[in-house]
Design a protein around this ligand. Structure first.
Ligand code: PDD
Length: 276
């Protein structure tokens, strides 16, 4: 059963707890994480909490909680549910205070939802999904996992309205990432992906794929990719906590790998399952 959490209390997920003056609600003034729990074990939890604390520090959010404190809250959430496979969304905002831009003195708000995992059908992964290119209209601090997702939402909606699953974002002619995923191409059995910088989120799944590539002795090359290079690649795939490793078979109407999920992308996914 799904559960919610707000400032120290586990609550029904549909209970109204957010006050009008909550800054996450008013400004999107906060950061978040998405953590997947497989068989009651959180996947790469420390890495997620480290990224959360780093996002918080980048927006000068005075969290007053250590990695261990946050780990404890998440462990309690896991103990509070009888589900085996689920997704945790964990938000931290600059708290509740009468609306003004300047930072208030109020404590950080912490909220969380624990919901059944959105499982992707095996057939979908084997068929692959379609994507569009979309201008990257986001700010210049995309390494922060900020609650402000408006440009991501608008681009994803545009993809959806074109019958596609994801929008691949382009800044100055180069691929940055997806609206909620990192993007990779494969050429001659080598993996290429955008280097880490303030332009992309340092994906936790990306770190796992990098490790898997090294175990399989596959080159993992961090370099900027143009839209043309992507369209001409042997394979394209995206990664995220909720999509894991997902092949892209068509971008803006151009087929990748004749419109079939790439062999190496699927092999990486099989290895990823073992890694979990
Ligand atoms: N999104 N880039 C963006 C913009 C993302 O929102 C995400 C994740 C990723 C992949 O990161 P990770 O592998 O750590 O999940 C890259 C999550 C899943 C979400 O917001 O739902």
């Amino acid at each position: 059963m799904s559960i919610g959490y707000f400032n120290g209390e586990f609550i029904p997920v549909d209970k109204a707890v957010i006050l009008i003056d909550e800054r996450g609600h008013q400004f999107g003034d906060g950061v978040y994480e998405v953590i997947r729990v497989y068989n009651r074990k959180p996947f790469m939890l420390k890495e997620h909490i480290q990224r959360l604390l780093s996002s918080a520090s980048s927006i000068k959010l005075n969290v007053n909680k250590s990695l261990e404190d946050i780990e404890d809250i998440i462990t309690k959430a896991i103990e509070n549910t009888d589900m085996f496979d689920f997704d945790i969304y964990f938000q931290m905002t600059r708290g509740i205070a009468t609306r003004k831009h300047l930072f208030p003195d109020t404590p950080v708000s912490i909220s969380m939802t624990v919901r059944p995992m959105k499982v992707m059908e095996d057939t979908v992964r084997k068929m692959g999904v379609n994507a569009i290119f979309h201008e990257d209209e986001r700010w210049l601090n995309c390494h922060i996992k900020s609650l402000n997702l408006l440009p991501n939402i608008l681009a994803k909606q545009t993809a959806h309205e074109s019958g596609c699953y994801e929008a691949i974002l382009i800044r100055n002619g180069f691929v940055t990432e997806g609206t909620s995923s990192n993007v990779y191409i494969i050429i001659d059995k080598k993996i290429y992906t955008t280097p880490l910088s303030k332009q992309i989120l340092p994906g936790i799944t990306r770190a796992a794929v990098k490790k898997i590539a090294s175990l399989l002795q596959i080159d993992f090359i961090e370099k900027h990719i143009t839209s043309t290079e992507l369209l001409q690649a042997d394979e394209v795939f995206i990664t995220s906590t909720t999509n894991e490793i997902l092949p892209i078979v068509n971008v803006d109407g151009t087929k990748i790998n004749d419109g079939y999920s790439g062999e190496l992308s699927l092999a990486l996914y099989e290895k990823f399952k073992q890694f979990i």
